[in-house]
Each structure stands twice: as C-alpha cells, then as structure tokens.
Design a protein around this ligand. Structure first.
Ligand code: CMP
Length: 138
C-alpha cells in the first residue's frame, strides 16, 4: 500500500469542486486516511514548494496557494501516487487527458484545482509537512 498527499487548491475550494474530487477518489477505490481544511501561511507554502523556489512562477504560485483555504488529504491505495496523478491529469490542463480533474475543471496552468505528490520521496516529505502520525488513520 502506498500513500500520497493531495491538495484541493484555493480555486477548487472556492469553486465548490471538493465533492467532485472526492467522488472521483471514491469511485477509484482510493482511500482517504487523513483530511483537513487549512489556510496556509506564506511560510508553510514556501516550505511545501521549496523545490520550485528558483522557478519563474514561484512567487505567483505562493500568492495563489495562500489566497484562500485548501483541503489537504492523505490518500492510500495500491499504486496510489500514479493512479491519483492519472486522475488529476497533466499540470497544464490544456495537455490533460479527457475525463481528468484538471481537464474538466482547471482554468489555468497555475489554477489547476489539485496537487498530488510525484514520487514516494515527495509523498513522505509532503505528508510530513502537513500531518502528524496521530492525524493519520492506521
Ligand atoms: P503542482 O502540481 O501543485 O506543482 C507546482 C505548481 O506550480 C503546479 O501544480 C501549478 O499550480 C504551478 N505552476 C504555475 N506555472 C507553472 C509552470 N509553468 N509549470 C509547472 N507548474 C506551474
């Protein structure tokens, strides 16, 4: 069993797409083993996206991610990192496959509704950034 971190970003929360994302998780037998609504501080967002610090879109990404509440979740399932990334679709919704969350709901390469860890190593870091072991259902 693998774990991954999912974020429903400020655009997904404000546009009321939370239910739609969770429905797709449940339909695909992906288990939610932790979940909370948070409004990230700049410090938390910069730490989370530290790997992108040198990218030209970094400042804009941080402003976006702290612009409103987000729903952070820990997901569990077989091959869940890859399966959830498939459900999300490509980062740029214009390149995303039909039927993916980003193809259906994203409006912009930045405002792309959801985030998912891209590897086991990122998942460990990202889950630990937002959740303590006590908050995750065993
Ligand atoms: P995410 O999967 O959360 O990882 C980094 C985020 O940066 C990405 O989704 C987008 O929201 C945002 N972003 C903005 N511009 C770009 C870009 N040109 N390439 C990749 N990510 C971008």
């Amino acid at each position: 069993m693998e774990k991954t971190l999912s974020i429903i970003k400020p655009d997904g929360v404000s546009r009321k797409i939370i239910g739609e994302v969770i429905k797709r998780l449940e339909e695909n037998s992906i288990n939610i083993i932790a979940m909370k609504m948070i409004h990230m501080t700049k410090f938390q967002a910069e730490g989370f996206y530290a790997v992108h610090r040198e990218r030209p879109f970094f400042d804009s990404l941080i402003s976006f991610m702290i612009s409103g509440p987000v729903l952070v979740m820990v997901l569990e399932g077989e091959d869940v990192i890859g399966r959830y990334r498939k459900l999300m679709g490509a980062t740029d919704y214009k390149n995303a496959d039909e039927g993916t969350i980003r193809k259906d709901f994203a409006t912009d390469i930045e405002k792309n509704v959801v985030h998912g860890s891209d590897s086991g190593e990122s998942a460990n870091f990202e889950i630990g950034h937002f959740f303590s072991a006590l908050e995750i259902v065993a």
